[in-house]
Design a protein around this ligand. Structure first.
Ligand SMILES: [Zn+2]
Length: 414
């Protein structure tokens, strides 16, 4: 087989993929030669050769044993939140039908792939447009990251941060309504259940618990009984405490988690997705959103407290996965969260692990995603530089992305 070699990048991963159909077989076989292949635990294989058939890796050869993952998973996005940046408009409050926003949101899918992210967990969308998007990508009709979706996030009737908002179809009050709404989401084909367990969103930095412990417990038990995992959004210590006690699989955002709850998360194996960077993004884009005066300072304080909580969680050994909470104009910045994870005390290798093997484990996909090994999906990101010495290389210098054996980004110049 012809396997053209490409100039390897300065330090890390990969060079070119060479595609050649195997004789007499319909399978598409690709070879990738990598100057250095880096794994989710920071192990390096030099002069590695990966063989890919169709969407899977069949072998990984090199001077040292096969490594795990160099694929990036973002476990908290809002892919259907689309804004075209038209002058005189704001990201929020557009009146387009949800299906129109979904079609336009293909731009978000592309920006996310360009950032090297080949799998996302998407946590809240209208009219099951996330389910449709996931299926279009799965069918090959659209190009985008592999999606795990949640449909409507459940809210209580009166969300103090949305004054005047008309309660949506996933509003629930009391245990029986919660059970019904969770079942509705699962019936509609979601992969995950999402619950808004506290206030706090966009410029609102309040963190009051919304659903009671009993309601959260009902949501968790119903999701689990139907074989689904559940993510609970919870800013502030109260929502997080009850979400962890109730048995949520992942806690999103969660500033100011108390020490006892952090210890319980470590003991129970509850995932923490800090999403620190999205409040940095809101602070930098306060004008674009039309946020009130003073919001930048409040958001920056929020970032500092979120980082402090993440630091405690890292120290306590809580399992952490990388989530961006990307919305609207934030797509493409998905992996900037990695920089915060390093600031929170992770080594670059551990931060990479949060975005690869940990993301896969959170999704329950640890036997097919997050690792570069035979039988796994051939999702590969090549960067120009060494992310183990500077994690920003993965943020700014992605040159090549393969998803399921297909080259979806190629800026190698070959
Ligand atoms: Zn979110």
């Amino acid at each position: 087989m012809d396997a053209p070699y490409c100039s390897a990048f300065a330090a890390l991963l990969l060079c070119a993929a060479s595609a050649a159909p195997a004789a007499g077989a319909p399978k598409l076989v690709k070879l990738i030669k990598a100057a250095r292949l880096i794994d989710s635990s920071g192990r390096v294989v030099t002069n590695a050769v990966l063989v890919i058939e169709d969407d899977r890796i069949v072998s990984v050869g090199g001077a040292t044993p096969p490594p795990a993952g160099a694929q990036v998973i973002d476990v908290h996005t809002h892919m259907t939140y689309f804004w075209d940046g038209a002058s005189g408009t704001r990201p929020r409050g557009n009146t387009r039908p949800a299906a129109v926003s979904m079609v336009l949101a293909q731009a978000n899918l592309k920006k996310t792939l360009d950032a090297g992210v080949t799998t996302v967990r998407d946590l809240n969308a209208s009219e099951y447009t996330d389910v449709a998007m996931r299926d279009l990508i799965r069918m090959g009709a659209w190009v985008g990251p592999r999606m795990f979706v949640a449909g409507y996030g459940l809210s209580i009737t009166r969300q103090p941060f949305r004054p005047g908002a008309i309660p949506g179809p996933a509003t629930a009050d009391g245990v029986s309504e919660v059970i019904q709404r969770v079942r509705q989401q699962i019936a509609a084909g979601v992969d995950w259940v999402k619950v808004f367990g506290s206030t706090g969103s966009f410029e609102d930095v309040s963190q009051s618990q919304t659903f009671t412990y009993e309601e959260m417990k009902a949501a968790v038990d119903t999701a689990h009984a139907l074989g689904k995992r559940i993510a609970i959004h919870s800013y502030g210590p109260d929502g997080a405490r009850d979400a962890v006690r109730a048995g949520a699989d992942s806690i999103e955002h969660a500033t100011d988690i108390d020490d006892a709850t952090i210890a319980e998360m470590a003991r129970k194996g509850t995932w923490y997705v800090p999403t620190i960077d999205h409040n940095r993004y809101y602070a930098e884009h306060a004008g674009e959103y039309g946020f009130a005066t003073g919001s930048v300072q409040r958001l920056n304080e929020f970032v500092a407290r979120n980082l402090e909580t993440a630091r405690k969680a890292v120290k306590a050994g809580v399992k952490i996965a990388m989530g961006s909470d990307a919305v609207y104009s934030m797509f493409g910045e998905n992996t900037r969260e990695l920089g915060w994870l390093v600031k929170a005390g992770m080594t670059p290798a551990q931060a990479l692990g949060a975005a690869t093997a940990n993301g896969a484990a959170l999704l329950g996909m640890e036997t097919s995603l997050g690792t570069l090994a035979p039988g796994f999906f051939a999702d590969i990101v090549a960067v120009d530089g060494d992310p183990l010495s500077d994690v920003n290389v993965l943020i700014d210098r992605v040159r090549f992305v393969m998803k399921g054996g297909q080259v979806v980004v190629d800026r190698t110049g070959h």
